[in-house]
Write a protein that binds this ligand. Structure first.
Ligand SMILES: Nc1nc2c(c(=O)[nH]1)N[C@H]1C(S)=C(S)[C@@H](COP(=O)(O)OP(=O)(O)OC[C@H]3O[C@@H](n4cnc5c(=O)[nH]c(N)nc54)[C@H](O)[C@@H]3O)O[C@H]1N2
Ligand SMILES: Nc1nc2c(c(=O)[nH]1)N[C@H]1C(S)=C(S)[C@@H](COP(=O)(O)OP(=O)(O)OC[C@H]3O[C@@H](n4cnc5c(=O)[nH]c(N)nc54)[C@H](O)[C@@H]3O)O[C@H]1N2
Ligand code: SF4
Ligand SMILES: [Mo]
Length: 724
């Protein structure tokens, strides 16, 4: 007898592209995963990772019940006992050593999980610790900082309008492999090809001739870590050659003169040597961008996890403003999401942000949005003193593999009094936990992209109901968070209104909060007339399993800009003081000292997702992928052949890895993918362990940061490479 088939439509939650999937299910098994041709955003596209969502669902290594560790033994325990114990130990730790004795680390998948997005902020507030860290500070922190300082809101990050642009310059991003980031856009290959078939041009600036560079019109090699000089020179050219056109935004924009002054010394001739890009190329690229009807400059992690990440993203924004690209069709635009975490006030929105309200204890690095840079976590744990860190809570993160100097953090975690992880894998980080609280898997909860629509290239909305009901023995992420929160309030003897509010939220569930948020959002009542007079409703969204198209991005200035603190009117600051103050540090790069023999950069691979999908067997077939890319002339000079093992060493560590000779990488630059290094023992990841590879973050240096934002500077880590 065969079980009945059913068909389910769902947005893939594995990366930022939000592809629509069609899943066929037989009993408790997924029998096929295809792209959903009726999804208005992805129109049938999916990447090789999409089908892996079924493998994640079925993975026998995925944890389904809470685990308690005693020594090196793990025991399954019931949920109530696990949540009671988590809350009790957090409470004891905080009453003994103070509220900041508990550190928290939030990983990347929290952004893709509606339960964590909607229940995380109040949970974190309830914890009351200043020792909050997240993957933001190994990723987009500089981009958020620039948005906060320039536009007044941490999430007002303009998105390139790829579907209408005629000239796109991509610096430090490889969307053909990453599927686009802070630019949700499924099927980048088609979208980029469309630019060219419209007669437009694509330029890629990257130390490696990437997959994206291969489909571009022009690729320009840049020396890793030198991009801020290049961008300053581009801004310089716009002023010097009178190409500035602020369009109708002139009255909104402040401090144009201060920016002109700040970039005055950064002529193309001065930056040519340190960037490796001829002055004539810089001038031509800038003139072409300024002359395009609808041009846009897009920068992503290569210039964000970077020693000048904040300056880079400041200047990317500034160049888009100076060329008139901001808020123009085909330029750099803001989205208008149905559930609007940017425009809505907290708790529905995320808030405008904050910077420097407190500082890390050892290096004095600034808080941003309530978080400290994760590059400082291990030293903050080691520091003890006032406000010691004695415990850690991780949610959806694997910082041992994903943050700089992973081994130092690894050792620090082993010395904590208490650690609890909300995660469904026993991995390189969670193996240190005393308790693991595994949430439901990716197909067992409803899905709605709370965050990503804010950075999507088109306005769409979609809710995906759970494909499988979770078992009684399982909990969703939001249930775990609010379950601990409620228990903490009980321990603390919180007031009745507080306890009632938590109880109400516990019973409400994410779907009802989403429904409220839609009503409060910009497509409600009159805002979305196409959806009827009352605008877009939750009923309409849930009745549209493929999603609803809300159309292309539309100009929205000045209304999208928030009021500034105090009495400040909404405006755009082209030269925020904190960024101006960092220009002297950049100027010192005009005459760099002697160069290291090699610098290391990262790379993403289509069949990886940071550190956590290496346990999917289908994604791990073929040749080992964790290789060190090296230019042929460097390999010849070292006397090593393709596939030979080499030793790579940095200030913090050393490892052995096979090289892959590739003329697409700049001479003097080597590249390793991140997220590997699954041979640390004590994990339960059978497939990943068999394809262990090495961790690039055993080499990256927690002392090498962008000192302004505190983001880890992974771009261009000095290393030595030797044949063995
Ligand atoms: N397949 C896959 N997709 C992913 C992920 C994944 O792990 N795998 N991760 C997701 C996540 S969390 C993110 S944040 C996004 C990131 O998305 P992207 O920003 O597109 O990430 P990368 O593909 O790493 O591209 C970064 C590029 O920067 C280049 N680069 C390195 N150093 C420098 C430098 O100093 N200057 C310049 N100009 N370029 C430099 C690298 O060569 C690389 O081509 O991808 C997401 N999508
Ligand atoms: N050298 C170098 N380092 C890097 C990067 C780089 O390019 N180079 N990229 C950086 C970037 S951009 C990022 S975003 C970080 C990522 O760094 P992290 O976020 O720390 O690590 P991930 O590998 O994404 O691990 C995600 C964890 O979340 C768990 N998980 C998955 N889904 C869920 C869920 O729904 N709920 C819960 N509770 N858990 C879940 C997985 O099991 C896994 O343990 O890495 C950064 N590190
Ligand atoms: S591109 Fe991203 S969202 Fe689309 S199928 Fe692949 S992993 Fe999923
Ligand atoms: Mo990321």
């Amino acid at each position: 007898m065969t079980a009945a088939h059913s068909t389910h439509y769902r947005t893939c939650s594995l990366c930022e592209a939000m592809c629509g999937l069609t899943l066929t299910v037989e009993g408790d098994r997924v029998t096929s995963v295809r792209g959903d041709p009726d999804d208005p955003f992805s129109r049938g596209y999916l990447c090789p990772k999409g089908p892996a969502i079924a493998a994640l669902h079925e993975d026998p290594d995925r944890l389904r019940r809470p685990l308690r560790r005693t020594g090196s033994t793990w025991t399954t325990i019931p949920w109530d006992e696990a949540l009671d114990e988590a809350a009790h130990r957090i409470h004891t730790l905080q009453t003994t050593h103070g509220p900041h004795a508990l550190a928290v680390y939030l990983g990347n998948p929290t952004v893709h999980n509606m339960g964590s997005m909607l229940y995380g902020p109040s949970f974190l507030r309830a914890l009351g610790t200043r020792h909050r860290y997240s993957a933001t500070s190994v990723d987009q922190l500089p981009q958020m900082l620039a948005a906060y300082l320039m536009y007044g809101h941490q999430l007002l990050m303009p998105v390139p309008d790829v579907d209408h642009t005629s000239h796109m310059v991509i610096i430090g991003g490889n969307p053909l492999v990453s599927n686009g980031s802070i630019m949700s856009a499924p099927d980048m290959k088609r979208r980029l090809a469309a630019i060219r078939s419209r007669g437009g041009k694509i330029v890629v600036i990257d130390p490696r001739r990437t997959e994206t560079a291969d489909v571009a019109d022009e690729h320009v090699f840049v020396r890793p870590g030198s991009d801020a000089l290049l961008l300053a020179a581009m801004a310089h050219v716009l002023f010097a050659d009178k190409r500035v056109n602020l369009r109708e935004h002139t009255n909104l924009i402040r401090n144009t003169g201060a920016l002109e002054h700040a970039v005055a010394d950064f002529t193309p001739e001065r930056v040519a040597q340190p960037t490796g890009i001829p002055a004539t190329t810089i001038r031509r690229m800038t003139h072409e961008l300024a002359a395009a009807d609808t041009g846009v400059l897009y920068g992503r992690v290569g210039i964000s996890m970077h020693p000048f990440g904040a300056i880079c993203h400041w200047l990317v924004n500034a160049i888009n403003i100076l060329t008139g690209a901001l808020d123009r069709r085909g330029g750099a635009m803001f989205s208008r999401p149905a559930f609007d975490i940017v425009g809505s006030p907290p708790p529905l929105g995320l808030g405008r942000g904050s910077f420097g309200r407190w500082r890390s204890k050892v290096r004095g690095l600034p808080e941003f949005g309530g978080e400290l840079p994760v590059a400082t976590l291990a030293e903050d744990i080691a520091a003890r003193g006032d406000d010691p860190i004695r415990g850690l809570l991780t949610i959806a993160g694997n910082p041992v593999l994903s943050t700089p100097n992973g081994p130092r953090l690894d050792a620090a975690l082993a010395g904590l009094d208490f650690m609890v992880s909300i995660d469904f894998y026993l991995n390189e980080t969670t193996r240190h936990a005393h308790l693991i609280l595994p949430p439901s898997g990716p197909l067992e909860h409803g899905h709605f992209d709370v965050a990503l629509h804010a950075v999507a290239v088109r306005n769409t909305v979609k809710y995906s109901p759970p494909v499988f009901a979770k078992g009684d023995h399982q909990r969703h992420d939001h249930e775990i968070l609010v379950g601990i929160e409620r228990r903490l309030h009980t321990h603390r003897g919180a007031s009745l209104p507080t306890r009632l509010e938590v109880k109400l939220r516990e019973q409400l569930g994410p779907e009802r909060i989403l429904a409220l948020g839609l009503r409060a959002g910009p497509w409600s009542f009159g805002g979305g007339l196409r959806q009827g007079l009352r605008g877009l409703s939750w009923a309409q969204v849930t009745a549209a399993p493929h999603g609803i198209d809300l159309g292309p991005l539309e100009p929205c200035l000045p209304s999208r800009l928030p009021k500034r603190r105090g009495s400040g009117a909404p405006h755009i600051d082209l030269a925020p003081a904190a960024l101006l103050a960092d220009v002297a540090r950049l100027a010192a790069e005009l005459d760099p000292g002697p160069r290291e023999p090699f610098v290391l950069i990262g790379r993403r691979q289509l069949r990886s997702n940071n550190s956590w999908m290496h346990n999917v067997a289908k994604l791990m077939t073929g040749k080992p992928r964790c290789t060190l890319l090296m230019h042929p002339t460097d390999a010849t000079a070292l006397g090593v052949a393709d596939g030979a093992d080499v030793r790579v060493s940095s200030r913090v560590g050393s490892l052995v890895v096979p090289i892959e000779i590739d003329d697409g990488i700049m001479a003097g630059v080597v590249s390793l993918p991140h997220g590997f290094g699954h041979d640390r023992g004590g994990t339960a990841l059978r497939v990943a362990t068999a394809h262990a590879g090495v961790s690039i973050n055993d080499l990256t240096d927690e002392q090498r940061i962008d000192t302004l934002s505190g983001v880890a500077a992974f771009s261009g880590v000095p290393v030595a490479v030797e044949a063995i």
